[in-house]
Design a protein around this ligand. Structure first.
Ligand SMILES: Cc1cc2nc3c(=O)[nH]c(=O)nc-3n(C[C@H](O)[C@H](O)[C@H](O)COP(=O)(O)OP(=O)(O)OC[C@H]3O[C@@H](n4cnc5c(N)ncnc54)[C@H](O)[C@@H]3O)c2cc1C
Length: 147
């Protein structure tokens, strides 16, 4: 349920409060709330803007940069950039940066996933998550896939 009333939100008891309703925060909130006995609250600094064409029309990529939907961080000037300062877009809305992004489905190389596992995350190697990568891209049974 979307609660935009701060008083009502503050008077509700939650098992978990997630700060930041972006890609990761909403994924965690959705997974936790699959259990109907668990109450999850999400606090998001930005607005709920999923009916804004700048958010849902892929061809309008960039239209919300610098707007109220963008934190529009400015990096410090860098010597190796001849003193230039770069702007860093980050979504400020429910959905976070997924509301600003290019909607490109990309994946890293084999060694990068293997490094995840080497950093102490058993089960996150390339060979073990390949199934999930294909599943998330094609939403189909990849049991017969030759990869
Ligand atoms: C311009 C751009 C293009 C991109 N293109 C792609 C792409 O094509 N494909 C792809 O896979 N990825 C892309 N990405 C990357 C992808 O969108 C991000 O990696 C992903 O959304 C990050 O998720 P996150 O949950 O870490 O952060 P975010 O989704 O940014 O979520 C953080 C949330 O926290 C909120 N927040 C911050 N501070 C507070 C606070 N104090 N209180 C309450 N809320 C707060 C923010 O408003 C935001 O909603 C792109 C990113 C950008 C910026």
């Amino acid at each position: 349920m979307l609660l935009t009333n701060a008083t009502l939100f503050a008077s509700t008891v939650y098992h978990y409060i997630i700060v930041g309703g972006g890609t990761a925060g909403l994924t965690v909130a959705a997974r936790l709330s699959e259990n109907p006995d668990i109450k999850v609250g999400v606090i998001e600094a930005g607005l709920w803007q999923n009916e804004d064409p700048r958010v849902y029309i892929p061809g309008l990529i960039g239209a919300a940069f610098g707007s109220e939907l963008d934190w529009a961080f400015q990096a410090a000037p860098s010597e190796i950039l001849n003193g230039r300062s770069l702007s860093w877009q980050r979504g400020k809305m429910l959905g976070g940066s997924s509301g600003l992004n290019f909607m490109v489905w990309g994946k890293a190389g084999e060694s990068e996933y293997d490094n995840w596992e080497k950093l102490g995350n058993p089960g996150w190697s390339w060979s073990e998550i390949l199934y999930v990568l294909f599943y998330s891209a094609y939403e189909q049974d990849v049991g017969s896939c030759s990869y």
